[in-house]
Each structure stands twice: as structure tokens, then as C-alpha cells.
Design a binder for this molecule. Structure first.
Ligand code: BT5
Length: 273
């Protein structure tokens, strides 16, 4: 049976948002929805513009990595935001997106959900979603943010390429049920808007609290790469006021992890052991 398409007209009719997704640009196939949303934003599109593709030929991850994007099974969506924020504030929008994705996945799979800093949403330890936020700045203010979200919905493990089969999962794999991709996308856009309006009105505190609940990292031993300092091992001490991860190293010094990858460790370890 052919997969139901994510055609935007039906999605828009049911969408209960004020700004996000009021205009959706839809492609059967795109290079990268983030690249297309960038072009729209540079051409002056309104806040809330959404790009959705059924498949991507050049889906982007962070740090030059790629996002596997086969046709008709998953969600590949990019959203243009124009927040009145400084660049460090806007960097926290990735946390907001992770919380909105987690809220949405939770409605479909109530068990085994976790956020891994900064932008992975995991189900039973495997990645179900990745987020790529890209900022365009003008002097010291944000001109626009492109928030790219990929979620594996009806992606069967046996259909995944070998490179990700062991680390990735999908909502279907974890719940045993096909996902209505339109219903998922509608709920996701509504959750994104709700958190975004809250952040614009009252700041990041409430979102950071939700993020902490989903991440449950407080006190966990982790290893992170910190620019200029190499690998650092420490206990997670939550997020700082800019949304960066704090690690207390083995000497009790608090280190800030700005970007890059972190891994969970079983316990304290010394370098060179
Ligand atoms: C991310 O990067 O997790 C961000 C992914 C963002 C994708 C969306 S799709 C819509 C929008 N348009 C784009 O072009 N991008 C965004 P990162 O943390 O660097 O993770 C990338 C790594 O995840 C890869 O190196 C693989 O190991 C793994 N990976 C690739 N495809 C995957 C998939 N479909 N499911 C789970 N893991 C995947």
C-alpha cells in the first residue's frame, strides 16, 4: 500500500497554531529542507514558515554529518523563526525544539524517552530524532533561525542503512504501530508554538525545566570534548543560564560544554587508564 503523503493542505486545515505552519512549502524531494528554509528566510519570508519534504538527498546533521532521509516514512521539517533575541539566547532554541519533539513522541510512545544533550531524542537508548538549528545574525541580534527537525516515524530497522541500524530507531519500531504522519506533524507544530510563545513571553526557565526532566542527567558521569581543552570527564550539573551543559570535573571545577558530543560513562575515570 502506498504511504499517505504529508500534503500540506490537509495538515493546515487541522492545525491549531497562530503563526507556525500557517504557510507550508512542500516538496516530494529536497536537497535539504534547512537549505531551502534558509533561502526563504533570506528572501524575507514571515516567521513560522515551514518547509517539509517527503525525502532529502542531502539531509544535514551537525558538524558536516548527514541525516538519512528516505521517502514517505519519516518527517523532515524546517521552520523559520525570527526571535527578538541575542545569538546566545537563540542558541537555546535547540533545547526548546528537543522538548517539543519529546512531548510529541511521548504522545505516541509513553515509555523509554530521553533527551541527550544537546539535540538528540532517544527511545530506549536509540536515536529517534535529531535537530539542527542554524542562526543567521546581524550585528549582535538574530536575523532568523532555521530549526531543522528529523523524526523517524514509520522507518523499519531492517530498511535502515547498516551505519545507523544499531543506533537509530523509529516510533513504529518502539510502539509497534504505524504513525499517522500528519497527526504527528500537527501535534509537533502545536507543541513547538506553545513552547516558543512561552519562551518569548517569559524566557527559557520553564523549557529548561522540561528539558532537565527529559534528560535526567544531573549527577551522571559524562565525557565531553571541550574546544581548546580536549576530552573532559565530569559529573553533569545541569544547564547554565545560556542552556550550555555544565560538567564538574574530577577536581571539582565547573566546565562549560558549548557544543560537540557527549557520552555517558558508567563512573569516574582517569585519563590514560
Ligand atoms: C542531527 O545531527 O541529529 C541533526 C539532524 C537534523 C536533520 C533534519 S531533517 C530536516 C532538516 N533538514 C536537514 O537537512 N537537516 C534537518 P547529528 O547530531 O550530527 O547526528 C547525525 C548522526 O546521526 C549521523 O552521523 C548518524 O550517525 C546518525 N543518523 C543519521 N541519520 C539518522 C536517522 N535517520 N536516524 C537516526 N540517526 C541518524
Amino acid at each position: 500500500m502506498a504511504a499517505r503523503k504529508l500534503e500540506p493542505e490537509t495538515l493546515q486545515r487541522s492545525l491549531q497554531t497562530r503563526h507556525l505552519g500557517r504557510h507550508i512549502v512542500y516538496y516530494e524531494q529536497a536537497s535539504s529542507t534547512n537549505a531551502l528554509a534558509h533561502a526563504l528566510a533570506r528572501a524575507g519570508c514571515a516567521e513560522g514558515e515551514v518547509v517539509i519534504a517527503e525525502s532529502q538527498t542531502g539531509g544535514r546533521g551537525r558538524l558536516g554529518r548527514s541525516w538519512d532521509s528516505p521517502a514517505g516514512k519519516n518527517l523532515y521539517l524546517s521552520l523559520v523563526l525570527r526571535p527578538d533575541m541575542s545569538p546566545p539566547e537563540a542558541a537555546q532554541l535547540t533545547l526548546l525544539a528537543a522538548v517539543a519533539v519529546a512531548d510529541t513522541v511521548h504522545a505516541f510512545v509513553p515509555q523509554g524517552l530521553r533527551i541527550k544533550w544537546p539535540n538528540d531524542v532517544l527511545l530506549n537508548g536509540r536515536k529517534v530524532s535529531g535537530i539542527l538549528s542554524e542562526l543567521a545574525t546581524e550585528q549582535d541580534r538574530v536575523d532568523f533561525v532555521v530549526m531543522g527537525i528529523g523524526v523517524n516515524l514509520n522507518y523499519r530497522r531492517h530498511a535502515m542503512p547498516p551505519e545507523i541500524r544499531e543506533i537509530a530507531t523509529s516510533v513504529l519500531e518502539e510502539s509497534g504501530r504505524e504513525v499517522d504522519r500528519r497527526a504527528f506533524t500537527k501535534t509537533l507544530l502545536e507543541n513547538l508554538e506553545q513552547h516558543y510563545l512561552e519562551v518569548c513571553a517569559h524566557g527559557f526557565e520553564a523549557v529548561a525545566e522540561c528539558w532537565n526532566e527529559y534528560a535526567r542527567i544531573e549527577g551522571q558521569w559524562m565525557q565531553a570534548k571541550i574546544a581548546g581543552q580536549g576530552d573532559v570527564i565530569g559529573r553533569a550539573r545541569g544547564l547554565d543560564r545560556n542552556g550550555f551543559l555544565l560538567l564538574e570535573d574530577t577536581e571539582g571545577i565547573l566546565r562549560t560544554v558549548l557544543s560537540g558530543d557527549v557520552s555517558l560513562l558508567a563512573g569516574p575515570q582517569k585519563r590514560g587508564c
